[in-house]
Design a protein around this ligand. Structure first.
Ligand code: FAD
Length: 440
């Protein structure tokens, strides 16, 4: 039995490995030169390095992503920072190094384990800290599937609980922008609940941060051998032009060079915007496929910069900055290279690359008291994540489609997770399981 998979992002790779492990032959077609899709990396001509398409991190609660890395034998290349410690620095007020507040976990029972950190969270008044801890405890025990939470913004729900505007700016937004690429007013309350219940409060380790130590594509590179050992093949620079459908059943794909590839099942694991274009005209208009285009996307900007000498202290790994054009700053290569990740980049909505480079360089020089970088690479990812605003969840789709033997995978499919590596991996598993159910 042969399964064709379109797209070697994390969703496609996960489906490919799972189906190979189940004894099927997999042909995995990827249109670019690189493995990993949005969570990949490529040589950068300016720096001469292989740079990630944006700094990626995962949390301990991303169980399926961790299991994928374990299967690929690369888990140790993306270690978790233990114990959990996330420094939050006010770029106007706190001086580096050492200042700012730290979010950390304690050995108190689950739910209470973060309370000491919130009570010391210096970006809020004592009253706001108590109020934040109280809201978190209330949120922990609420049913997040209640219908009205999908139509309400998280910001409105928080305000209804008495959250101050300062706490929205200096705490709640910090978490939602980092994890959901949107401020609390652009996130449905259902997603806000999911994020805090699963990512922060579920257990003491849930929010430990894992940071890849090698370029992202290398984390998933062993997939190629696994697929080949199972009799299949990974083909880079091989764009699929169309899924071939006969009498309501997927029969294979046609590549952009015209080659026809027959298959017993096809999994389309591209981003949602590419899905309808891969289908024959008569199927592309089916609401299952066409309405996914109504799921909006949101951008992320990432900036990589290299210096002649280390600009961070040896213990600096990453930090969050409040009131700053830089949000998260990660140190690599012993502090000689910084990766700056700017989610929900409202301040740079219309800025040109040079303007972004100038603003980020000036801020990094000010914060780290360093000279100019030797090189800088600015990337703007227009479609980094899908929108998790109220009412958007209805445009996500299950992995099984109305066309027999055609399946979809991708972070945007219905996984219960936001646009993350974990969501992509879960979608790949679900799609592979649906294939196995039908082919056996
Ligand atoms: C800058 C940035 C930062 C991010 N940070 C984080 C983070 O810190 N943590 C986190 O968990 N998530 C993060 N994400 C989100 C995460 O990258 C995605 O959710 C995840 O990688 C999506 O994987 P996917 O497999 O669903 O889709 P994709 O990665 O988009 O994979 C789809 C693949 O299909 C291929 N393809 C498309 N059309 C065709 C065709 N016709 N033929 C063949 N191949 C085709 C594409 O080239 C691509 O490789 C970030 C995303 C970005 C952009």
């Amino acid at each position: 039995m042969t399964v064709v998979i379109v797209g070697a992002g994390l969703a496609g790779i996960t489906a490919a490995v799972r189906l190979t492990d189940a004894g099927l032959k997999v042909l995995l077609f990827e249109r670019s030169r690189h493995l990993g899709g949005r969570a990949g990396s490529a040589p950068d001509p300016t720096s001469g390095r292989e740079l990630d398409f944006g700094q990626h991190v995962y949390l301990y609660c991303c169980e399926r992503y961790r299991l994928l890395l374990r299967r690929l034998g690369t888990e140790s290349l993306a270690p978790l920072h233990r114990p959990m410690r996330i420094r939050v620095i006010d770029a106007h007020r706190d001086a580096l190094p050492g200042k700012g507040a730290t979010l950390y976990s304690t050995s108190l029972p689950t739910g209470l384990h973060l309370v000491p950190a919130f009570l010391r969270y210096s970006h809020l008044s004592v009253r706001e800290r108590m109020e934040t801890a109280r809201i978190l405890l209330r949120l922990l025990h609420r049913d997040r599937t209640a219908g009205e939470l999908e139509t309400l913004t998280f910001g409105d729900w928080l305000r209804g609980q008495g959250a101050s505007e300062t706490s929205l700016r200096s705490f709640w937004n910090v978490v939602t922008v980092a994890a959901l690429n949107a401020a609390v007013d652009d996130v449905s309350a259902a997603w806000g609940f999911m994020l805090f219940q699963t990512g922060l409060l579920a257990n003491r380790r849930a929010a430990e941060v894992g940071v890849p130590q090698v370029p992202l594509s290398r984390l998933v590179a062993p997939a190629e051998k696994i697929i080949a050992d199972g009799g299949g093949k990974l083909l880079l620079q091989s764009p699929v032009a169309q899924v071939e459908v006969e009498r309501g059943r997927a029969k294979g794909v046609r590549l952009a060079d015209g080659t026809r590839v027959p298959a017993d099942a096809v999994v389309v694991a591209t981003a949602h915007r590419q899905l309808p274009g891969l289908l024959p005209h008569e199927h592309a208009g089916h609401p299952f496929f066409s309405e996914v285009l109504q799921l909006p996307v949101r951008p992320i900007i990432d900036v990589h910069m290299g210096f002649a000498a280390p600009v961070t202290s040896p213990e600096f790994s990453f930090a969050v900055f409040l009131n700053s054009p830089v949000q998260w700053v990660f140190a690599h290569e012993g502090g000689r290279r910084l990766a700056v990740s700017i989610s929900n980049p409202v301040d740079f909505r219309r800025a040109k690359r040079d303007e972004i480079a100038g603003a980020v360089t000036a801020e990094v020089q000010r914060l780290f008291r360093c000279g100019r970088p030797e090189w800088i690479a600015v990337r703007r990812h227009a479609s980094a994540t899908f929108d998790v605003g109220p009412g958007k969840a209805r445009f996500r789709r299950p992995q099984k489609t109305p066309i027999a033997r055609l399946y979809v995978a991708g972070d945007w499919t219905d996984t219960g997770w936001p646009a993350t590596m974990e969501g992509a991996v879960r979608s790949g598993e679900l799609a592979a399981d649906a294939v196995l159910q039908d082919l056996r």
